[in-house]
Design a protein around this ligand. Structure first.
Ligand code: SF4
Length: 231
């Protein structure tokens, strides 16, 4: 799998209007490891920066650094991989306002576009063609207070809510919010165990025992590549 980070600087044109640029940590071509598009060959565009600090975050390398890229350069690199699926991720991609332009242009170009977002930033302006994969942060993340509950009103049937679960306390919280907000009636709900913090089988058995209307998931890229950057 190829990460283009080193090529980014060369591909950035110095005369690009600032309004059309984004700070990018990496662009890479891999297999989608989670959510509804799991298993599809996908180009990932990872935007730099995140205002949250979840204790179990597995992409801390995206908090700083990156390279400024012209949005049209990003589109050209995405096209070079010949994939039909594109995932815009981070960090928190919506922390850069111009992410909305990238999402719209990717949709205009005909891709199946997904957006991985923390649930802490407003998703109201996201192009409705984009499949949002929106987190709700459970207590053990340390960022539960950042959940922007009004985002639930902007979910479409093709979107997904993901809750990452590190403990029984997290599980009970997640079970409660799904029931309280009837999230499963809005869109698919995903429960995902924190790698190394909870036995995946325990989470699976709790879901079965409680007959929850949610979808259990393990992250495929962790099984395949042990979560190495660029995958
Ligand atoms: S929102 Fe995502 S990128 Fe940001 S700290 Fe949490 S897990 Fe990491």
């Amino acid at each position: 799998m190829v990460s283009s980070t080193s090529a980014n600087v060369e591909m950035t044109t110095s005369d690009s209007p600032a309004a059309e640029r984004l700070r990018i940590t990496e662009i890479f071509h891999s297999i989608q490891g989670e959510a509804d598009a799991i298993g599809w060959r996908t180009v990932f565009v990872r935007l730099t920066g995140c205002p949250l600090r979840c204790v179990w975050c597995d992409t801390e390398y995206s908090f700083y650094g990156g390279n400024w890229r012209d949005i049209d350069d990003i589109l050209a690199e995405v096209a070079s991989y010949g994939a039909s699926h594109v995932c815009v991720t981070g960090g928190e991609p919506l922390a850069q306002k111009r992410c909305l332009i990238l999402l719209r242009k990717l949709c205009d170009a005909g891709y199946e576009v997904s957006l991985e977002t923390s649930g802490a930033l407003d998703v109201a302006e996201v192009d409705p063609r984009v499949r949002k994969v929106m987190d709700l942060k459970a207590p053990d993340s340390g960022e539960s207070a950042r959940n922007l509950w009004s985002n639930l009103d902007h979910l479409l049937p093709h979107d997904q809510v993901k809750i990452v679960i590190a403990s029984r306390v997290d599980y009970e919280w997640a079970r409660g919010v799904v029931a309280e907000h009837r999230i499963d009636r809005r869109c698919m709900v995903l429960f995902s165990p924190v790698h190394g913090a909870i036995e995946p089988r325990a989470l699976a058995e709790w879901i079965i025992e409680d007959k929850l209307p949610v979808r259990f998931q393990l992250q495929l890229h962790k099984l395949l590549w042990n979560d190495a950057p660029g995958h």
